[in-house]
Design a protein. Structure first.
Length: 425
């Protein structure tokens, strides 16, 4: 058995050996339960497809509570170096205190490795309980900017001398009069750049063209934040017209040749794009979009949006198709080839060690990772086996409480059921 080789990234493409070494973080809270279930599914699927000719060599690295307990460091440098060196990895959920203490380890990983795209595909698996009538209409790919916006973490706490200097500068030097209660206000700064916008939107468009999807929608709050989110929209349109002129049709272009506005304009623009065989680039205000994912989800395929909007949108869409427990995610730098796939939910510490929670988020994130590596047949087998297990109503507690006549399984038993389908279907 090979001891494994590192994945390489050359000339914009990954070179994946037959026995790739892939680092993983087991995660905090319920992390060990869901990782131990998920890794058995990954290994069983790879074995079924490749019959021993290919195999993942797993390499544990430390972050979170386990890292702190063993090293005194929440995110050791060795972990960052390993992810840099191996290009592709996967992680479970990590602890993030609310309102105080260390900043999010998830955000730190994204910032340190410049994983500028948070990619969240949202699709429905038959049999999953949903709060809406037609969850199957949802099939979207979220490209969320990962390094700017309020997640840049530029905040100043009220009462700190530096905060008072900043407020004094804003009020006295910049003439800002809109801080309603300056004496007790903390301050946050929201950076949105041309470069950050363009590299995200570029990848969203490339993805849509490669997958032959009908549209890319820029979701923003530019009606209020005109110079940040409004600029995100304008820069996104400009990039589309400049770099993909012969392949896209923008809503802006449509509006220049017609006076039609509103939903009718969007529908007609879509028709024009289809008639020309082009990808349509459109935009929508974030709050309107959160309504339309309920009323007309089939209108949207690829979404490009800022960091905070993307956080809200991804979780809202996940709820429509069954919840965040079954939502995969990836953080990717398409330029350097670095990517970390992850559970998109929290650590759920009250369920830690109970072999209870749904491992679906890690399972599907792993399948997404396998697709990223080009092992598409393995990923398809995981998707099919997961769906077949749910169709037979063999589920963990989160789905069991929403389904009639379902069979309640532990985390490990749910993995067993999926593996049975992998081996026998």
């Amino acid at each position: 058995m090979s001891s494994g080789e590192k994945i390489k990234f050359l000339n914009g493409k990954h070179e994946v050996p037959d026995f790739p070494v892939i680092p993983y973080i087991i995660g905090d809270g319920t992390g060990p339960d869901i990782w131990n279930a998920s890794v058995r599914i990954f290994d069983a699927s790879v074995e079924k497809v490749f019959r021993g000719k290919k195999k993942i060599i797993w390499k544990e690295v430390l972050a979170g509570e386990k890292a702190f307990n063993l090293t005194g460091n929440w995110l050791p440098k060795e972990t960052l170096d390993t992810f840099r060196d191996h290009f592709v990895g996967i992680k479970g959920p990590l602890t993030t205190p609310v309102g105080e203490g260390m900043r999010s380890l998830n955000v730190a990983l994204r910032q340190e490795l410049d994983l500028y795209t948070c990619y969240r595909p949202v699709r429905y698996f038959e049999g999953v309980p949903s709060p809406v009538k037609k969850p199957g209409l949802v099939n979207m790919h979220i490209f969320r900017e990962n390094t700017e916006d309020i997640y840049a973490g530029i905040e100043y706490m009220h009462g700190n001398p530096d905060t008072e200097k900043l407020k004094d500068f804003l009020i006295r030097e910049m003439g800002i009069k809109k801080i309603r209660f300056p004496g007790t206000s903390s301050i946050g700064i929201k950076p949105v750049s041309v470069e950050g916008t363009e590299r995200l939107v570029r990848q969203a468009i490339k993805f849509a063209l490669e997958k032959r999807l009908p549209s890319v929608t820029l979701v923003h709050k530019g009606n209020i934040m005109k110079f940040t989110e409004g600029s995100f929209m304008k820069w996104g349109y400009a990039l589309a017209e400049r770099e993909f002129a012969d392949k896209v049709f923008t809503w802006d272009q449509y509006k220049k040749i017609t006076s039609t506005q509103g939903e009718k304009a969007a529908d007609e623009a879509q028709s024009v794009a289809v008639s020309q065989g082009k990808l349509i680039i459109k935009d929508v205000i974030a709050d309107a979009f959160l309504q339309q994912i309920l009323t007309r989800p089939a209108d949207y395929s690829v979404i490009a949006t800022l960091n905070l909007n993307g956080d809200y949108i991804s979780d809202a869409l996940a709820a429509i198709v069954g919840g965040i427990g079954i939502a995969p995610g990836a953080n990717i730098n398409f330029d350097t080839g670095h990517a970390i796939f992850e559970a998109t939910h929290g650590t759920a510490p009250r369920y830690a060690g109970q072999d209870k929670v749904n491992p679906g988020s890690v399972i599907l994130s792993g399948a997404l990772m396998l697709e990223y590596l080009g092992w598409n047949e393995v990923a398809s087998l995981i998707y099919k086996s997961l769906e077949n297990t749910i169709l037979k109503k063999k589920v963990t507690y989160d789905f069991h409480r929403l389904m009639d006549n379902a069979i309640l399984l532990k985390t490990s038993e749910f993995a067993d059921a999926i593996i049975n389908h992998i081996q026998t279907d």
